[in-house]
Design a protein around this ligand. Structure first.
Ligand code: AR6
Length: 167
């Protein structure tokens, strides 16, 4: 099942895993990373220390301190116009996150719109890549049976809904 919702990625108590739109150092930042680390720190930064730095497209997994979720999957999205090819690197984030979810027997996972904030990826293009990648992976998923996209506001929700309808 695929669901779209507006909301805060750090407040998704009903899902096994949340995905962080991380920075390479796996530290706190703005946007999604800021919201997640605000709840998870200082323990979260302690957990990520030995896993950093990561490269664009890469994903790593930690526990989710101070949160009702079991795991956080940290993905480094591409910086639009800098990390190339952007479309492949963004798809790698979703692919690698879902692979980690499967390895850890995660059933439900929540994604933010990776790279579409500070990293400047055009939102419609990013949404297309996200849905295309999830669709391609879906037939091979044995544990993950629920994928949610949490969008920050109504405009982002509508854009994603319009894009999803095309899939
Ligand atoms: N919940 C859900 N979505 C959010 C939230 C939230 N709490 N906050 C922002 N968004 P971004 P990126 C939306 O910038 O582009 C950080 O500083 C936001 O509107 O969080 O991958 C890190 O430290 C946008 O659509 O991630 C990195 O340095 C989307 O989530 C860098 O930004 C992603 O925005 C990562 O940039």
């Amino acid at each position: 099942m695929l669901e779209l919702k507006t909301g805060n990625i750090a407040d998704q108590p009903d899902c096994d895993a949340i995905v962080n739109a991380a920075n390479a150092e796996l530290r706190t930042g703005g946007g999604v990373a800021g919201a997640i680390h605000k709840v998870g720190d200082p323990q979260l930064t302690e957990l990520t220390r030995s896993l950093a730095p990561i490269s664009p497209g890469e994903a790593v997994i930690t526990e989710a301190p101070n949160m009702p979720n079991k795991f956080i999957i940290h993905c480094l999205g591409p910086v639009y116009g800098k990390d190339k090819p952007e479309d492949k690197l963004l798809a790698d984030c979703y692919r690698n996150a879902l692979d980690l979810a499967e390895e850890n027997k995660i059933e439900s996972i929540v994604f933010p719109a990776i790279s579409t904030g500070a990293f400047g990826f055009p939102k419609r293009e990013a949404a297309n890549i996200a849905f295309k990648t999830v669709k391609e992976k879906s037939s091979g998923l044995k544990h993950v049976n629920y994928i949610r996209f949490v969008l920050f506001d109504a405009a982002d929700y509508n854009l994603h809904w319009d894009t999803l309808k095309e899939w």
